[in-house]
Design a protein around this ligand. Structure first.
Ligand code: SLL
Length: 259
């Protein structure tokens, strides 16, 4: 009945290539430089890297990033930290991330998916209460996108091991993860996530985002709030349903009386 977990983040950072970079590139159609990564969740204080304070190599043997088929050798195996792939390119696509654990763990691999994000959230993210009709996301000009700064897209997650082998449990407990700071020390923004639309504003001010333990509570609060909203909606529709059923009954009676 033992479970033990390790917090990770996975996602990408993307920057627009400068005109000079584009001129000297072998691929004139490439517009962005990006890095997709699997890292420990806490950041090194004062660093401009999101996450990565702890080396995950003690329990992760390999991370395989499966890129779009337009890339040469799209399956990239990374066998030691940092578990990341940097590339240039022109388009967004889904990246399959397969995490293989050290052999002595006896654990089977974990597969995650990340949508490589190149274009700023401000433009492509549909705001709440916006029309339900999906709009084709507008891609800003390279100059405007460059002004907005790097695009970050990170997902927090926890790798949970249930009833691990004793040896593996010993290995894990010998490497306790650095705890997340309660709140950001240097007022770094919360990483933007579509489940937290309010985080967009802070992320637009720029700066390297950072994961904190306060985010967990905020997320729980948002879920409570959403639950409350759903209950209210359910009540509203239940009342409407009862009204409509009554009307149906009335009309059916009217119909039979006319027959
Ligand atoms: C799109 N469905 O059409 C996506 C595919 C693929 C992006 C995007 C490859 C670069 C190269 C590259 O950027 N592929 O190797 O030349 O938007």
């Amino acid at each position: 009945g033992v479970t033990i977990h390790r917090p990770i983040i996975y996602g990408n950072i993307a920057t627009v290539l400068t005109p000079a970079e584009r001129e000297t590139s072998h691929y004139p159609d490439h517009t962005h430089r990006w890095t997709v990564a699997v890292r420990s969740a806490p950041s090194v204080p004062d660093s401009d890297i999101v996450g990565g304070a702890d080396d995950l190599g003690y329990f992760i043997k390999r991370v395989t990033f499966k890129l779009h088929d337009t890339y040469p050798n799209p399956t990239r195996n990374i066998d030691k930290p940092p578990f990341e792939v940097s590339e240039t390119g022109w388009g967004e696509f889904e990246i399959q991330i397969r995490i293989t654990y050290v052999a002595e763990s006896g654990e089977k691999a974990t597969t995650l998916y990340h949508h490589l994000k190149l274009h700023p959230w401000s433009i492509t993210f549909p705001m709440p209460n916006a029309s339900a009709v999906p709009v084709e996301p507008e891609i800003p000009s390279p100059e405007n996108a460059a002004k907005l700064g790097p695009v970050h897209s990170w997902q927090y997650d926890e790798i949970v091991f249930t009833d691990p082998f004793q040896n593996f449990l010993n290995l894990l407990t010998a490497h306790p993860p650095t705890p997340l700071p309660k709140t950001s020390v240097n007022k770094k923004p919360v990483p933007f996530h579509s489940s937290n639309p309010a985080s967009l504003e802070a992320s637009l001010k720029g700066g390297v985002p950072e994961f904190t333990s306060a985010m967990e509570k905020e997320e729980a609060d948002r879920m409570e709030e959403a639950k409350g909203k759903i209950i209210k909606e359910q009540e509203k529709w239940r009342v409407i349903l009862i009204e409509k059923e009554k009307e149906l009954e009335r009309l059916q009676k009217l119909l039979t009386s006319k027959e």
